[in-house]
Design a protein around this ligand. Sequence first.
Ligand SMILES: [Zn+2]
Length: 441
Amino acid sequence: MRIPSQTRKSLSTRRLGCAVKAGWRLEVRYFQKPIFVHNTQSHLVSTDGYQAKMTSQAVDGLRTDHPDDLWLCTSLPITPAGSKPADFPDCWAECFVSARAKRAVLNTPGFPEPLPRPTSPDCFRLEESPGRGICMFATRDIRWGDLVLAERPLIVTPRAWRPTGPIPKQFTPKQRQQALNMQIEKLLEFLMTRLPEESQAAFKALSNCHKEDGSGPLGGIVRTNVFRIDDYYESQSPGEPDDARFYGGTFKILSRVNHSCSTNADRSWDSPTFSLQLRAARDIKKGEEITLSYIDGLLKPASDRQRRLRSYGFQCTCQACVNAKSSDARRKKILQYLETKPNGSKVFDLILEGKKLMDEEGLQSYVAYSEMLSRLVALTRGRATVKPDEGEKEWKMLETFRLVRRGGRNAETRPRADNDAKLQMVQQMIAALAVGQEPLD
Ligand SMILES: [Zn+2]
């Protein structure tokens, strides 16, 4: 049992009228509506001696019949009290989730499956690099599509945080934000007590670029290192950003992967294993740093990307940012290809040129790359005379792209639905391209 004795004493199971099954982890639940806080700029303000307090109750960790909107601190996969990482090599995550989300996780077919192993064992190492902190480097050549790592989060938290206790009504919005930050910190301190000591140490060793904005030490680490998990979400309140619906995971290793605007890897969440999976988004050479993108909109100019990366507390020094003039020009051209949707007799060559530019810019993990591939496949199949292997290369590339973006699981378990969708997409493209278009051959 990881709940400290002092906390445990205050958790009355009798009040709940239910027995806690001996030997299993307790959950702690909350009752109020979430408030969005992640990515909100906040500043340290005085809160007139306000102290964050948690009001909570312990319930049986095996129960799944709570009302949807109750919020729980729970372990997923559910693990017996006192579990150590040695007992569960795939580990588990300490989660602050709604009862609805917990049920969604537990009802996932196959959950919790063991983590898949990397395509090549020991294909990376973590190493300090001057000015870049800890980086992930390839220790061997990794092929496009290969699994580099599958990892369960240390903790799972909502993008939309909720008050876990009262906040004085007379507080200004900034004071409210600060009080909420203090409550988040309190909650994260509690989640930490449920983690094994080695996992706590790994979490606290992660970088924190939110030391000056009123975030607590643990809240700052979450804000710096969290990756969004798309598979579980809450209803969206009016005025809340779309992002607020989702959950986020903070990871021991994956949170160490640095950003690049020409990323060579991509991530996808896999629900049955409850893990984030990192795959090569193009061929990676031995010794190369493995990178991910922290932001969308990679085709925008370097200055715009740098502005959006400011909240992560670093200046991007990837090749695209260092050679911003030439890179911006190429990215602008790619954007034009995508926006104008080239047509006519030279369409195939124009799209091929667009794809080549994306290869040069290292944008093979970008969603627009699959659009280029899809259009090449559609065009090839729409030709009057098709050679036997024509379009096959692009088709295979498209398959690999989807493997990287969606993960191997989805490619394996939903092949029929995927194939139907692909077929429909290609047919639609052929139809669209055929309108007012000169013959391709
Ligand atoms: Zn960059």
